[in-house]
Design a protein around this ligand. Structure first.
Ligand SMILES: O=C(O)CCC(=O)C(=O)O
Ligand SMILES: [Fe+2]
Length: 283
């Protein structure tokens, strides 16, 4: 894992206060190294603080995201679940993305589309700045949500995602199915919530997404990650897993993504958003 080479205002103030209580700089440096700080950086910083020399601090939002490989990323190229093997087709490190083949069978895709067809509503989004849920012109698709294990197929998909990712079913939001017609798109956005909207009772932050493609799209409709220059072509039954939240509470701005307009045919996807912890209160 990459070592940390910057400190926040909060950490600097904490170090200064802790030294005032008589703690040795060496003990503090060792604690920092244990937490993942670069040893030379930790000692230099401590030395500066002991000598009252100013140290550079980064605001929380400016700190580089520390990548932590999620468990799914440590399972190799063929991931066994109780009813199928799922192959990794592509892996991107920053942001962390896995493109997976065969998450759903063709029949399961068709069944989920058929189930969803007569319950579509215009899609709404979470405003990353305010946390408000609203309809916006940038998201022209329509969609529907399922309660946890609402149908046997939904329950099967949830169990499979749990086995694949090691995220417990309870950390998952209800499955969302989206439909895009020609010209419809989902403008660049982050899936995570603004810090002010994170609630422990609803599982904390969203930290990963499983995006399942339910049909082959003849032209357009790719999911793109513009900061990384990655474009994922929809393939029936395949899924993109992406991970953008770490154990330090940071979120990865490289995970910005969009669904570009469908040019020919239509596009169906199912999205499973995964939270840090169990969702205790469900709406
Ligand atoms: O349809 C896509 O490719 C992207 C969907 C998406 O970003 C989402 O549901 O959060
Ligand atoms: Fe998204």
């Amino acid at each position: 894992m990459e070592k940390i080479t910057h400190i926040s205002v909060e950490l600097r103030d904490w170090i200064v206060n802790t030294m005032k209580t008589g703690a040795s700089p060496e003990a503090i440096a060792n604690a920092m190294i244990k937490k993942g700080f670069d040893p030379i950086f930790a000692y230099r910083t401590l030395l500066k603080l002991v000598n009252n020399t100013p140290v550079e601090v980064l605001a929380r939002e400016q700190q580089p995201y520390i990548y932590e490989i999620p468990e799914i990323g440590q399972k190799g190229n063929i991931i066994a679940t109780s009813d199928r093997d799922i192959k990794v087709l592509m892996r991107v490190e920053k942001p962390f993305i896995l493109y997976l083949e065969n998450l759903l069978s063709e029949e399961e895709c068709d069944e989920l589309i058929a189930l969803s067809k007569n319950r579509l509503k215009p899609s709404r989004v979470v405003d990353t700045a305010t946390g408000e849920i609203k309809t916006v012109p940038g998201r022209t698709s329509s969609g529907t949500y399922y309660r946890l294990s609402e149908t046997p197929l939904v329950a099967t998909i949830e169990k499979r995602i749990e086995e694949l990712t090691n995220f417990p079913i309870e950390n998952g939001e209800g499955l969302q199915v989206l439909h895009y017609k020609v010209g419809e798109e989902y403008k660049p956005h982050f899936d995570y919530y603004p810090a002010s909207k994170i609630n422990e009772n609803t599982g904390g932050q969203r930290i990963a997404t499983v995006l399942i493609y339910l049909n082959d799209v003849p032209q357009g409709g790719e999911t793109i990650f513009p900061k990384a220059g990655v474009s994922i072509t929809p393939k029936k039954g395949a899924a993109a897993f992406f991970h953008y939240g770490n154990s330090k509470g940071q979120v990865d701005r490289m995970s910005l993504h969009s669904s570009i307009p469908v040019l020919k045919g239509e596009k169906w996807v199912a999205t499973k958003w995964l939270r840090q912890s169990e969702i205790l209160e469900r709406s």
